[in-house]
Design a protein around this ligand. Structure first.
Ligand code: MGD
Ligand code: MGD
Ligand code: SF4
Ligand code: MO
Length: 683
C-alpha cells in the first residue's frame, strides 16, 4: 500500500501548490494536487504532475565534481565532499585575502521558493564572509517598485475572490500557463456571467479563451491606462466618494488624463479608440471588476511606470471596496516573517569588511563579470539559478564565465549551461527531499514541507552545503549550527499581526496555514477603507510624474536603432517551462526553439512556417524555427523562454539579444524591450 505524504511545490510560480505524494517502498509513485487546499484544489500543472520523471532522471547530478575540461565544455570528474568543500574554502579564502571579500559574488534566484534553501543559510554565509550582496532584480523588481509607489503596501486581491468578479482583466498575465490555479475561479465567475478580457501583445492560450483580446503593443501599457483614466474621468465614472476619502492628487490626475484622449492612446498602443473607450467604460461600470496584473507588463524599459499606472485604476473606480474587486500582482509582501533572524545581515559587521558590502545587480551580470572593478569579481557561487540561460546579454555573461581568473562554484540538480562553467559542481536535493517553509506570491497560505523521498547519490540541500562551508571557513557563530526547525522558529518569531499565533507545530500538523490577514472565513479587502502604505496613507496619484514615454527599444523609440532592427521581440513563458528548469526535455527544447512572426512581417522576408531564421541585433543572434501566424501583432516577434543555450545552434538562446539596460524603476531587466531583425537562413 502506498503511503501518502504532504509536500509543497517549490518552483517559482505564484500558485505554490500543496502536493500529495504517494510513496511505495521509499520511492515516489505519484504526485497530485491536494484536494483540501483552497487554491490548489486537487490538481497540478502538467509540468509538475510529471515531476517524478525529473526526480528520477538519469541526468540528475549525484556527486560532487571537479572540472577537468575547459570552461564551458562540461567535462567533470567525481571527487569527494571533503575535497570539494576544502577546495572551495581554499579559493574563497584566497580571493578574500587577495582582493577583499567583495570579490566574491553569490548569484541566486528562485530555483526554490523555500525560505531556508532560498534565503537562509546561504545569506548568513555570504554576510559572514563579507561577500558582495546581490540585488535580486531578475524577475519582479520594476513591478515591485511601481506597485509600491501606487499602493505603499504590495497587497492584493485573494485568488479565491475572483469567483465573485463580474469583469476580470488579465493584464500582461498568461494565466493558463503561469498561474493556472486562478483559472477555476475565473471559470466559476464566467459561469455566473463574468466577462474575461486579456491585454497582451500575444494571442496566447489565455487570450484565445477570453471574451475579448486587446493586442497591445509591447511597453505601451501606461498609455492605455492613461487613456482609460481619460474616459473614466471625462464621463464621470470614477468613484467620487472613494477618490475623495482615500486618494490624493485627483485634480492633477484629471489634468494629466486629459492629455490622453482615446485617439492618442490608440496611436501609441495599437488598440482602437473604440476599444479603449469600451474597456474604460466597462471597467468602471461592471462591478465588481478585478485586474490580474502579472509581471509580463514590467519586463519593458518603462515597466515600473506601467505597473504603477495600472495599479492606480482600482482606486479611481473604487473597486477595492468590493469582494471580487481590486487587483492582484503579488501577495508575497503579506508574508511578514522575521527576515533579520533568517538572513542575519548583522553578520556583515563580523566579516573582514566590518561593514555592509557593496550591492551588485543580478540583471547586469555581464557587466559585473567583465567590467566591475574595485574589486573585480574573482569568485562566483551560483545556486537556485541558471545565469548562463536566463540572464540578459548572454554573450557578455558567457565571456565572463569563461574567465580563467574567475573561480566558479555551481550548486545544481542538472548539468545546465552554468554548470558547464563551474570549477566545482555540487549536487543538490530537490524540494521533495528536504525540509522547507514556503511563502507564495499568488495566495495567502504559509506552507511547510518535510522530506518525502530520500536524497539520491550524495546530494545535499543548499542549506546543508552552506552549513558545511561555514564550518570549513572556521565560522563558529551559533547560527550556522541551527537546525531547520530552529530557523523556522526564528523566522516565525515576529510581532506582525499577519503571523500571530502561527507555530511550527501548527504547520507540521496542518501543512498549510492562512495568514491572519482577516478573520478566519472572511474575505480580505486590503484597501476597502484606504489604509494604503504610502506616506499619506492614501493612494497617491502623483500625476506630475505619471507620463508615458516609449521604450528606447520599441516602435516609437530610437528611430536610428529601429531602422536597423525594426521588430519588437518578446520572450514570455511557455506552458511547460519553468524558466530554464526543464530545458533538458526534448519536447520543451523543440517548443522553445520556435518563434511566431506575423504574416505581414514574414512575407517581405520570404519566410514561411517551418523556416529557420536568424534573429539578431548588435548584441548577438540566435537561430529559431518560425511559425507564421496572426496570433502576434505585426511588428512583434514572440519566442517562448527559456531554452538551454547548449542545445541551440551556436549555443545561444534569445538572451544573447537581450540588453542589460535596466527598467525605469527598481533596476529590473528589460527582456521585452528588445529590437531585432529577422532573416531566413539557408537550409
Ligand atoms: N508555465 C510557466 N509558468 C511560470 C513560469 C514559466 O517559465 N513557465 N515562470 C514563473 C515566473 S519566474 C514568473 S515571473 C511568472 C510570470 O508570469 P507572467 O507574468 O504571466 O508571465 P510572462 O510570460 O512573463 O508574461 C505574461 C504575458 O505578458 C505579455 N506581455 C509581454 N510584454 C507585454 C507588455 O508590454 N504589455 C502587456 N500588457 N503584456 C505583455 C506576454 O506576451 C505574456 O503573455 O510565471 C511563473 N510561472
Ligand atoms: N528571455 C527571457 N529571459 C528571462 C525571462 C523571460 O521571460 N524571458 N524571465 C526572467 C525571470 S521572470 C526569471 S524569475 C528568471 C529565472 O531564472 P532562474 O531563477 O535562473 O530560473 P531557472 O532557469 O528556472 O533556474 C533555476 C535553477 O535552479 C535549480 N534548482 C532548483 N532547486 C534548487 C535547489 O534547491 N538548489 C539549487 N542549488 N538549485 C536548485 C534548477 O535546477 C534550475 O536550474 O529568468 C529571467 N529570464
Ligand atoms: S509549478 Fe505552479 S502550478 Fe505547477 S505545481 Fe508548481 S505551484 Fe502548482
Ligand atoms: Mo520570474
Amino acid at each position: 500500500m502506498p503511503e501518502t505524504r504532504h509536500s509543497v511545490c517549490a518552483l517559482d510560480c505564484p500558485d505554490a501548490c500543496s502536493l500529495l505524494i504517494d510513496v511505495e517502498s521509499g520511492r515516489g509513485a505519484r504526485l497530485r494536487g491536494n484536494p483540501e487546499h483552497p487554491v490548489t484544489r486537487g490538481f497540478l500543472c502538467g509540468k509538475v504532475a510529471r515531476y517524478l520523471e525529473r526526480e528520477y532522471s538519469p541526468e540528475r547530478l549525484l556527486y560532487p565534481q571537479r572540472r577537468v575540461g575547459g570552461k564551458g565544455e562540461g567535462r567533470f570528474a567525481r571527487i569527494s565532499w571533503d575535497e570539494a568543500l576544502d577546495e572551495i574554502a581554499f579559493h574563497l579564502r584566497r580571493v578574500s585575502e587577495s582582493y577583499g571579500p567583495e570579490a566574491i559574488l553569490p548569484y541566486s534566484y528562485a530555483g526554490t521558493m523555500g525560505y531556508l534553501n532560498g534565503s537562509g543559510m546561504d545569506r548568513r554565509f555570504f554576510h559572514r564572509l563579507g561577500a558582495s550582496r546581490l540585488d535580486r532584480t531578475i524577475c519582479s523588481s520594476a513591478g515591485i517598485a511601481g506597485l509600491t509607489e501606487a499602493l505603499g503596501w504590495r497587497w492584493a486581491t485573494e485568488p479565491e475572490q475572483f469567483r465573485h468578479s463580474k469583469l476580470i482583466i488579465a493584464w500582461g498575465a498568461n494565466i493558463l500557463a503561469t498561474n493556472v490555479h486562478l483559472w477555476p475561479f475565473i471559470v466559476e465567475a464566467r459561469r455566473n456571467g463574468a466577462r474575461f478580457y486579456v491585454i497582451d501583445p500575444h494571442r496566447n492560450k489565455t487570450a484565445q479563451l477570453a471574451d475579448r483580446h486587446f493586442a497591445i503593443h509591447p511597453g505601451t501599457d501606461t498609455a492605455l491606462a492613461l487613456g482609460m483614466m481619460h474616459v473614466i474621468i471625462r464621463e464621470n465614472l470614477h468613484d467620487r466618494e472613494y477618490v475623495e476619502q482615500h486618494t490624493t492628487g485627483f485634480d492633477e490626475l484629471r489634468a494629466r488624463a486629459d492629455e490622453y484622449p482615446p485617439e492618442r492612446a490608440a496611436a501609441l498602443t495599437g488598440l482602437s479608440a473604440e476599444d479603449i473607450t469600451l474597456l474604460a467604460r466597462e471597467y468602471a461600470t461592471v462591478r465588481p471588476a478585478a485586474i490580474r496584473l502579472n509581471y509580463g507588463i514590467q519586463r519593458s524599459e518603462r515597466g515600473g511606470m506601467a505597473t504603477r499606472a495600472v495599479a492606480l485604476l482600482p482606486a479611481l473606480v473604487g473597486s477595492w471596496k468590493e469582494i471580487g474587486g481590486g487587483l492582484q500582482l503579488s501577495t508575497s509582501q503579506a508574508f511578514q516573517i522575521n527576515r533579520r533572524s533568517l538572513e542575519r545581515p548583522d553578520l556583515q559587521q563580523q566579516s573582514p569588511l566590518g561593514r555592509e558590502a557593496r550591492i551588485v545587480n543580478m540583471s547586469s551580470l555581464g557587466h559585473a563579470l567583465n567590467e566591475l572593478a574595485t574589486p573585480r569579481v574573482h569568485a562566483l557561487v551560483v545556486y537556485n539559478s541558471n545565469p548562463g540561460a536566463i540572464a540578459p546579454n548572454q554573450n557578455a555573461v558567457m565571456r565572463g564565465l569563461k574567465r580563467d581568473d574567475l573561480f566558479t562554484v555551481v550548486l545544481e540538480q542538472f548539468q545546465t549551461d552554468s554548470a558547464d562553467y563551474a570549477d566545482i559542481l555540487l549536487p543538490v536535493t530537490t524540494f521533495l527531499e528536504h525540509t522547507d517553509l514556503y511563502y507564495a506570491y499568488g495566495h495567502y497560505y504559509l506552507q511547510l514541507a518535510r522530506p518525502t523521498l530520500p536524497a539520491p547519490g550524495e546530494c545535499l540541500s543548499n542549506l546543508e552545503i552552506f552549513r558545511r562551508l561555514a564550518a570549513r571557513m572556521g565560522f563558529t557563530d551559533s547560527c550556522f549550527a541551527e537546525t531547520e526547525d530552529d530557523m523556522i522558529r526564528g523566522l516565525l518569531d515576529t510581532a506582525h499581526p499577519f503571523l500571530q499565533g502561527i507555530t511550527l507545530e501548527q504547520l507540521d500538523r496542518e501543512h498549510s496555514v492562512r495568514l491572519k490577514v482577516s478573520t478566519a472565513g472572511e474575505p480580505w479587502l486590503p484597501f476597502a477603507d484606504g489604509n494604503f502604505g504610502t506616506a499619506s496613507g492614501k493612494c497617491e496619484f502623483r500625476a506630475e510624474s505619471l507620463v508615458y514615454e516609449p521604450p528606447v527599444e520599441s516602435r516609437h523609440g530610437d528611430p536610428a536603432l529601429r531602422a536597423r532592427y525594426p521588430l519588437e521581440m518578446i520572450s514570455p513563458k511557455h506552458h511547460n517551462s519553468m524558466n530554464s528548469t526543464f530545458g533538458y526535455q526534448p519536447e520543451l527544447d523543440r517548443d522553445t526553439a520556435g518563434a511566431t512572426l506575423h504574416p505581414d512581417d514574414a512575407a517581405p522576408r520570404g519566410i514561411l512556417t517551418g523556416d529557420s531564421v536568424r534573429v539578431f541585433n548588435d548584441r548577438g543572434s540566435c537561430v529559431l524555427r518560425v511559425k507564421v501566424a496572426p496570433e502576434i501583432a505585426p511588428g512583434v516577434v514572440c519566442t517562448p523562454s527559456t531554452r538551454w543555450p547548449k542545445l541551440a545552434p551556436e549555443r545561444r538562446n534569445i538572451n544573447a539579444l537581450a540588453s542589460e539596460r535596466l527598467t525605469d524603476l527598481g533596476g529590473g531587466p528589460t527582456f521585452y524591450s528588445c529590437l531585432v531583425q529577422v532573416e531566413k537562413v539557408g537550409d
